[in-house]
Design a binder for this molecule. Structure first.
Ligand SMILES: *Cc1c(COP(=O)(O)O)cnc(C)c1O
Ligand code: SF4
Length: 454
């Protein structure tokens, strides 16, 4: 039953025409009309890279988000279309040679797999660690790394409306079954949550859970309305649909049903948050995106934003400041700036930690307090989320000041610690403790917990 509180219906969305979802992959680059204007060589390069890294883009992104007059520098083009530099030169040349020789699918596949294996497909021990059990059996599709929060990857949500070229989940999209983290089991999710009264947060992620039909989402989310899951107070859903397919919340056939589901969770007393993945202000520059944001907020759900800092896409302070200001204006709460993970086309996208911090700081200095809720730059590493708080000089030594935002051991959280300043370091495992110490304070414990060093 609908109630008066469901305000998203009170203002109509009839100005927006439904749009059919039309998507392109590496098999159909030739169907993407604006590409025809690019040099032949550049189209060939895309084809070569797309045979290794996942490629998928939909017509909304092509028509509304990419400024084709600014290609290849356009940030949304960089976000979605393969670029030559995303592969190491040697890998690129080997794959290009196969394509030029007209090699068959099998040969291309074999080389693609070989190259992928060298790209650290599962960073920070996602596969081996964090796998929870019910009755002694590992449940696929769940990760429980931080005490209060369970991460859930529904099986039908392991894709996205388009793919980001830098995605650290890329291994899930290229069809390697062994690398997939997924679950078909709403039942085991519910059983696990029932057995863990200390879990207050459920974070549903993917791919993008919003590719699922509302009827599927209901299977997972409606049980949270029952009394025996009252301890799960917060429901977060990670999504990039506000960027790649805002119609999901406005004109798709089950959009109203989705908003109704969110509203019911809110009315049951849950904190519901869409964790919207944004990289650039251009992504929220369309009327349909504004309408989607308005409708979601009218359910009582919050929208928080998070996204990585990525070379070629958003590695400058002005774009971040403009994005955060725009988010605040639209009622979105800035949450995280991430450091790009050590996987996939890292060589193309990485930004050294020292520069990342400078960009963060310069952006923060341009915005009001309401946009300063974004924490970062933060590395989601094995031991936890580590934030670069700043660069300082202590007793004549230049250092990074760091802290855990989240830790595998909650006791690590919010303790400042120090690493030797290193202009080139791009990830936690590049850093060395400052002041001549041999190890970071958490290392022994982390090793004992996991058998790993980073
Ligand atoms: C980021 C993250 C969470 C959520 O952490 P918050 O600090 O609550 O945002 C949970 N699990 C994993 C594995 C994460 O990386
Ligand atoms: S939307 Fe998220 S999961 Fe999907 S491709 Fe982009 S970064 Fe990866």
């Amino acid at each position: 039953m609908r109630t008066a509180a469901l305000k998203f219906e009170a203002v109509s969305s009839e100005d927006f025409e439904p749009r059919a979802f039309e998507v392109h992959t590496d098999r159909h680059l030739d169907r993407i009309k604006p590409l025809a204007k690019l040099p032949e060589e550049q189209r060939f390069e895309m084809q070569v890279v797309a045979s290794v890294l996942p490629f998928r883009v939909n017509q909304y992104v092509i028509d509304e988000l990419i400024d084709w007059n600014r290609v290849p520098e356009d940030p949304i083009f960089q976000l979605t279309f393969p670029q030559k530099g995303m592969l190491a030169e040697e890998d690129f040349q080997r794959m290009a040679a196969l394509h030029r020789a007209g090699a068959d699918k099998k040969e291309i596949q074999a080389l693609a797999n070989e190259i992928r294996a060298g790209l650290n497909p599962h960073p920070a021990g996602q596969m081996q660690l964090n796998l929870p059990k019910v009755n002694g059996e590992v449940i696929n599709g769940l990760q429980h790394k931080y005490r209060e929060t369970v991460l859930f990857f529904p099986a039908q949500g392991q894709t996205c409306h388009s793919y980001c070229t830098f995605c650290f989940r890329w291994a899930q999209f290229v069809g390697d079954k062994e690398l997939r983290i997924a679950s078909r089991e709403a039942d085991s999710l519910v059983a696990y949550l029932r057995g863990h009264p200390d879990v207050t947060d459920l974070l549903m992620t993917g791919g993008d859970p919003m590719v699922m039909k509302t009827s599927n989402l209901k299977q997972y989310l409606e049980p949270l309305l029952e009394d025996d899951l009252a301890h799960v107070q917060t429901v977060r859903i990670g999504t990039k649909a506000l960027t790649f397919w805002p119609y999901r919340f406005v004109t798709d056939p089950d959009a109203d049903e989705l908003l109704d589901l969110l509203a019911r969770l809110v009315q049951a007393g849950k904190h519901v948050a869409l964790m919207a993945h944004f990289n650039h202000w251009r992504e929220m520059d369309t009327d349909i995106c504004h309408e989607a944001i308005r409708r979601i907020r009218a359910t009582g759900a919050q929208i928080r934003s998070q996204g990585p800092l990525i070379a070629h896409i958003n590695d400058n302070a002005d774009d971040w400041a403009r994005m955060w200001r725009e988010q605040v204006r639209l009622g979105i709460i800035p949450y995280y700036m991430f450091v790009e993970r050590d996987t996939g086309a890292k060589c193309y996208f990485e930004v050294p930690l020292a520069r990342a911090w400078k960009i963060y700081r310069d952006a923060m200095q341009q915005v009001s307090g309401l946009a300063r809720t974004a924490r970062g730059p933060s590395m989601s590493a094995g031991p936890g989320k580590v934030e670069i708080q700043g660069v300082s000089e202590i007793n004549g030594q230049k250092v990074f000041v760091l802290r855990f935002i989240q830790g595998r051991n909650p006791d690590w959280v919010q303790r400042p610690f120090f690493a030797r300043y290193d202009e080139e370091a791009t990830w936690l495992n590049d850093l060395k403790p400052a002041f001549g110490e041999e190890k970071f304070f958490f290392e022994d414990e982390y090793r004992a917990m996991t058998g790993r060093i980073s």
